[in-house]
Design a protein around this ligand. Structure first.
Ligand code: ATP
Length: 306
């Protein structure tokens, strides 16, 4: 029996090792193919404190000559604050995320975390402190449990299950005959957009980073699931310093501060109420989205009646 057990045990060990290695390669590959590399400065050190103010000071950026994407952007995020960036498509919201993750350096101005310039921080140390719930989640044809564990390959089953619960993924899993062992299919094809986003949220939670970025984190959800996931995000966000990128303004009404971007400029900032009272671009976007929402809801009612 022991003779049989030993090789099987060894095979299990090899499988786990390969899986961890694959996850790391996938992670590396993901970053390499998506974005060009910014090289660490020779004297780059670790991020000294991630639980500190994040500041964008007069940040300008362009991907290519003659087309400025961000122009003199300035804003701060205090520790454990939730700051949202909103604005029309192409305004430069995701570019802010890419700069914070240091996939690119600003063309002028600076980004600091606790007074430490991002250009002085080793990229690995910076990214280890940031959790991201991206627009498009990459899933592997493995179980839901392992897909969540990808956020932190060292995490115990208990921690993975807790993250699943916090991301409100457990109710969906209860409906599956094989529960957390259910395979998600190639690139997660067996999951809906909203379910994939919850996996992404659970993954990010498992990493327990001091800084969280939610990039359109609720874009694939219907209004009911959106409300459920939002309350989870808001609860989670209160423990982290978070940056939320949103199209739907309804997702960020409770943010501590909302930054309104237009053509690469911060045109307004403040709380939801303050921005409504200003009757500027935010108020305009809000009214337009409210009208759309009412139209969508009544269409849905007609659909369900017929
Ligand atoms: P959306 O709401 O549609 O996601 P966004 O506000 O997040 O838009 P960004 O993705 O930041 O906007 O893009 C801002 C501008 O930069 C766009 O005009 C886009 O075409 C351009 N852009 C984005 N990525 C690149 C890139 N890698 N190379 C060149 N231009 C880019």
């Amino acid at each position: 029996m022991m003779q049989l057990f030993m090789p099987l045990n060894f095979l299990g060990f090899v499988y786990r090792e390969i899986r961890v290695a694959l996850v790391n390669i996938e992670k590396m590959f993901d970053l390499l193919v998506r974005e060009p590399l910014v090289v660490d400065a020779p004297n780059a050190g670790p991020l000294i404190s991630a639980d500190a103010e994040i500041s964008f000071e007069n940040v300008a950026f362009q991907y290519a000559a003659n087309r400025q994407i961000l122009k003199e952007i300035s804003f701060t995020i205090k520790p454990r604050q939730m700051v949202a960036v909103v604005g029309s498509s192409g305004a430069g919201k995701s570019t802010i995320v890419k700069l914070l993750l240091r996939f690119y350096d600003p063309t002028s101005g600076k980004i600091t975390i606790g007074n430490q310039n991002l250009t002085e921080i080793a990229q690995q140390s910076l990214r280890a402190q940031i959790g991201i719930v991206p627009q498009d989640t990459v899933l592997f044809n493995d179980s839901i449990l392992e897909n969540v564990r990808y956020g932190n390959p060292e995490a115990s089953d208990e921690d993975v299950l807790l993250a699943i619960q916090m991301a409100h993924l457990d109710e969906f899993i209860k409906t599956l005959p094989e529960g957390t062992s259910t395979l998600v299919g190639e690139r997660g094809l067996k999951l809906s957009g909203g379910e994939k986003q919850r996996v992404a949220i659970a993954r990010a939670l498992l990493k327990r980073p001091p800084i969280m970025i939610f990039d359109e984190a609720t874009s694939s959800l219907d209004s009911k699931s959106e409300r459920a996931i939002l309350s989870a995000i808001e609860e989670i966000a209160s423990h982290y310093t978070s940056l939320v990128i949103a199209h739907r303004l309804s997702t960020v009404i409770n943010a501590d501060k909302i930054i309104v971007l237009d053509a690469g400029l911060v045109v307004e900032s403040g709380s939801h109420e303050e921005l409504l009272a200003r009757q500027g671009l935010y108020a305009e976007l809000w009214q337009a989205q409210q009208k759309n929402q009412i139209a969508n809801d009544s269409n849905r009612e007609i659909d369900t009646e017929t």
